[in-house]
Design a protein around this ligand. Structure first.
Ligand SMILES: Nc1nc2c(c(=O)[nH]1)N[C@H]1C(S)=C(S)[C@@H](COP(=O)(O)OP(=O)(O)OC[C@H]3O[C@@H](n4cnc5c(=O)[nH]c(N)nc54)[C@H](O)[C@@H]3O)O[C@H]1N2
Ligand SMILES: Nc1nc2c(c(=O)[nH]1)N[C@H]1C(S)=C(S)[C@@H](COP(=O)(O)OP(=O)(O)OC[C@H]3O[C@@H](n4cnc5c(=O)[nH]c(N)nc54)[C@H](O)[C@@H]3O)O[C@H]1N2
Ligand SMILES: [Mo]
Length: 775
């Protein structure tokens, strides 16, 4: 690989850089011809849903309804590369453990079911029949059914999710952790308490009607790039877009639409954010409190002068609860403290408050920058408080807008993938299928890890994802993983989780969403729910990567048939042949939303699940929308007092990855090339700590619990990042995250503020070219 490079990116998001990046991956994956054909069906009414992010699938899609990262995801799945039994014959698992995430997945699509052979330390091919018989026998043999865990990742379809949840519950537990537990679980806890709905309240058409959009800790340029189109339109209409983010993310600054020939030729980019505030990591609770305080001050001043109210008084009186307590709390907040914690000036928060106060339809967008902190739940609720102050919920063009991650993570939760028995109608499920569902709460992601560390888990089934790589605490979790009795990896590409076999281990490769899932009843379709709560059909179009692959649904059904006692009410054989039969069952369990499912999923734009907040119906305990007063301003309480040497590490996604899937080493918008082993630091922190750009340092977690957590060989880069904050890439940095460092209430690992210290490894500057030329 070429030498690590840092060259700040001067161009807008999108543009020619995007086109070049797409060309590169198509060439590398050997799909220059096939992917462009597939893309004509991308996010189309009768086509497939993009397998990258969960951004909305519009009713009237663009002729090219895809983005740079969507194309990468498609190319990654349709790749010409294959990871065959021959490959495994050549490499031991121990050897492969030395490979990085990129090179593991780059081997291509897995082609055969494989079983780990401890004697040779290799994976060897096995027949599906043998694999399923053996796994079923092991699962049946687990006496205490709570010792089996059923993980899933948010790419799984509605149909597979529903059956997987049913299987786990018939098997005997609610141990259904999912990727959402590391992601927007904070949302699922915060929003029901605030507004009585677990998902966002904004539809695509709200963006066209909004007159102010606020972004907190979400990076659309890399993680939901198609969202830049409505943002570009909004900006052109003169809508203020206000961003709070420690980093100046390119997609939130300027965008050049790669699908517009005029823009590409003239290079005329659109400014996205009208205000950009580089809040400190973990400083949003204070910043939001400051904005709310300023709105309240404006209101008080206006009223005192006999002017018009700034707050929406009728809305607050008629629809909300807890305002007085909240207002009292705001009045006691001290500006010095708000400035210190947010790292911003009072004038910044006031500037935001002024724009907010004159806008009539405000959308509050947020992502991992809010959810992955210890006080993430309260921070999300503070954003809701701000919206409630002027009635920005249940109004056209306004609302709360969490940007979900995986393409079907929201649908998966709707389908009952949850450890919480209160979140799914288990009574109805039990009646429908004639069994008694377990009522004991299962384990979420962090709890499942704790159970593994305690030795309380015997079998761990992973339906998609890369669990061991995505979670915190690698130095303890990886050895513990090897002690599990049974691990099953249902995946499409080789990843690190599969290289940590327990006593008995399988890799079961499956068909991807873009591929044709053919059963005795013909080609089958699937469905997914996007971030705006719309449910869409999905039709694959390519032949499967290998004739030995099977669909996730067939896999679940055939396993369930082997594990569970026969029950005439659960027709696994029908489900695996005709997926409409599964949708019929879903319609019976969730009739309010999924009536006439089979037809409505093909409607342009999909069908929207009921969002009571849209009509100002609050399904909370108070029957109203609640102002939630936080217990304090500390977003990360177990951070040691920020002193001379403890810094706040935020773990970041590059523009060249999808979670643990690394497509390449070009984080174009941030200007980092040919390496992921960098630590982004403020120049004054570099100087203060006596470091030099291009030196290698070791990061150590500042926690005195006796666990050694460190990461070596990180190259120092001087970056535009707030003092006291540093940035590094996920998943490499996960070794530094303590398992107990999570959001209260949701247990989402607090990946955006890890307390670390930085240690020089060697005086020599290894990569001098990382230093920017003066001027
Ligand atoms: N191409 C691509 N698309 C993806 C993904 C991917 O990896 N690649 N992942 C998918 C998934 S599963 C998810 S959950 C989403 C994730 O998408 P995002 O929610 O955008 O998540 P991140 O990229 O982790 O971080 C978002 C932003 O938070 C900022 N940030 C960090 N700490 C703070 C803070 O304390 N306060 C504030 N205000 N900002 C902060 C970072 O600078 C970054 O710009 O994207 C989905 N889409
Ligand atoms: N430090 C830190 N840690 C984080 C985060 C962070 O911001 N910082 N983000 C967290 C978040 S938001 C999330 S969502 C999690 C992600 O956690 P996961 O969802 O578990 O991880 P992914 O990287 O999305 O999973 C990638 C793997 O999925 C498999 N796969 C791909 N497509 C398919 C398919 O169609 N079917 C099946 N069966 N398998 C498939 C491939 O083999 C690939 O290796 O990570 C979390 N961890
Ligand atoms: Mo996520």
């Amino acid at each position: 690989m070429e030498k690590p490079a840092y060259k700040p990116y001067a161009l807008p998001a999108g543009g020619w850089g995007s086109a070049r990046s797409v060309g590169n991956i198509l060439r590398r994956e050997g799909v220059l011809g096939s992917v462009p054909i597939a893309l004509t069906r991308h996010n189309k009414v009768d086509g497939y849903q993009c397998n990258s992010c969960a951004w909305v699938k519009p009713a009237s899609p663009l002729p090219f309804e895809y983005c740079e990262n969507g194309v990468k995801a498609v190319a990654w799945e349709l790749t010409a590369h294959r990871c065959t039994p021959d490959f495994f014959a050549e490499h031991t698992v121990t050897e492969l453990l030395g490979w990085d995430d990129y090179h593991l997945e780059q081997t291509g699509r897995l082609t055969h079911p494989l079983r780990y052979d401890a004697k040779t330390d290799k994976y060897v091919p096995v027949s599906w029949g043998h694999a399923l018989e053996d796994i079923a026998a092991e699962l049946r043999a687990v006496e205490d059914r709570r010792q089996t865990v059923f993980y899933s990742s948010g790419r799984l379809s509605n149909e597979a999710s529903y059956l997987y949840g049913l299987f786990a519950r018939m098997y005997g537990n609610n141990n259904l952790p999912d990727s959402s537990n590391m992601c927007h679980e904070t949302t699922s806890v915060a929003l029901p308490a605030s507004i009585g709905q677990a998902v966002g309240s904004v539809s695509l058409d709200d963006f066209a009607k909004s007159d102010c959009i606020m972004f907190f800790g979400q990076n659309p340029g890399s993680n939901a790039p198609r969202m830049l189109h409505p943002l570009q339109e909004a900006s052109r209409r003169g809508v203020p877009i206000i961003t709070y983010n420690p980093l100046r993310e390119r997609g939130l600054e300027r965008f050049l639409n790669p699908q517009s020939p005029t823009e590409m030729l003239t290079g005329k980019a659109t400014r996205i954010s009208s205000q950009y505030h580089q809040v400190k990591a973990g400083g949003d609770l204070a910043a939001l409190a400051g904005i709310c305080k300023s709105v309240l001050d404006q209101h008080d001043a206006a009223k005192a002068a006999g002017g018009k109210a700034v707050l929406d008084e009728p809305f607050i009186a008629g629809h909300t609860h807890g305002f007085e307590t909240f207002a009292e709390w705001l009045r006691t907040q001290d500006w010095d403290e708000l400035e210190r914690r947010s790292g911003l000036h009072r004038a910044d928060m006031e500037a935001t408050a002024r724009v907010y106060a004159r806008s009539h339809a405000v959308i509050g967008v947020y992502g991992m920058g809010l959810t992955q902190h210890q006080a993430g739940v309260e921070t999300v609720q503070m954003l809701v408080n701000l919206l409630l102050m002027r009635g920005n919920l249940g109004r056209s063009g306004a609302g709360i807008c969490p940007i979900r991650g995986h393409s079907n993570v929201q649908g998966q939760r709707t389908m009952g993938i949850t450890e919480n028995p209160d979140l799914f109608p288990l009574d109805r499920l039990g009646q429908q299928f004639g069994f008694e569902p377990p009522r004991e709460a299962g384990t979420n992601t962090v709890e499942a890890c704790e159970a593994v560390l305690r030795g309380d888990v015997r079998a761990f089934f992973m339906l998609g994802g890369n669990f061991v790589r995505a979670i915190p605490e690698h130095s303890l979790m990886e050895p513990a993983w090897r002690k599990l009795h049974l691990t099953v990896n249902v995946i499409t590409k080789l990843n690190r989780s599969a290289l940590l076999p327990g006593e008995i281990s399988y890799i079961l490769p499956v068909i991807g969403r873009l591929e044709i899932d053919e059963t005795a009843a013909g080609q089958q379709c699937l469905s997914m729910e996007d971030t705006s709560g719309c449910v869409h059909g999905n039709r694959g179009l390519r032949r499967p990567a290998s004739p030995h692959l099977i669909g996730e649904i067939r896999l679940i059904c055939e396993l369930a048939e082997r594990v569970l006692d026969p029950n005439p009410r659960v027709r696994w054989a029908d489900y695996r042949t005709d997926y409409a039969e599964i949708r019929r069952e879903i319609g019976e369990t969730l009739p309010e939303t999924f009536w006439d499912y089979e037809r409505r999923m093909w409607e342009p734009g999909g069908f929207q699940r009921d969002l009571p907040v849209k009509r100002r119906e609050w399904r909370t305990k108070t029957g109203r929308a609640n102002f939630v007063t936080p217990t304090g301003l500390d977003e990360d309480a177990d951070m040691p007092e920020i002193g001379h040497d403890v810094l706040r590490l935020m773990t970041l996604r590059s523009n060249d990855q999808f979670n643990t899937t690394v497509y390449g080493y070009d984080d174009r918008f941030r200007g980092i090339k040919n390496t992921r082993k960098v630590v982004l630091m403020n120049r004054s922190d570099i100087d203060r700590l006596g470091l030099k750009v291009g030196q290698a340092v070791t990061l150590r977690t500042a926690a005195d619990d006796g666990v050694d957590r460190h990461l070596s060989g990180m190259l120092v880069v001087a970056y535009d990042i707030p003092i006291g904050c540093i940035g590094g890439y996920y998943p490499e940095c996960n070794v530094l995250m303590p398992l107990w460092h999570y959001a209260y209430g949701s247990k989402v690992p607090a990946a955006k503020t890890i307390p670390v210290t930085v240690h020089l490894e060697d005086e020599r500057v290894l990569e001098p070219q990382l230093e920017l030329a003066a001027g």
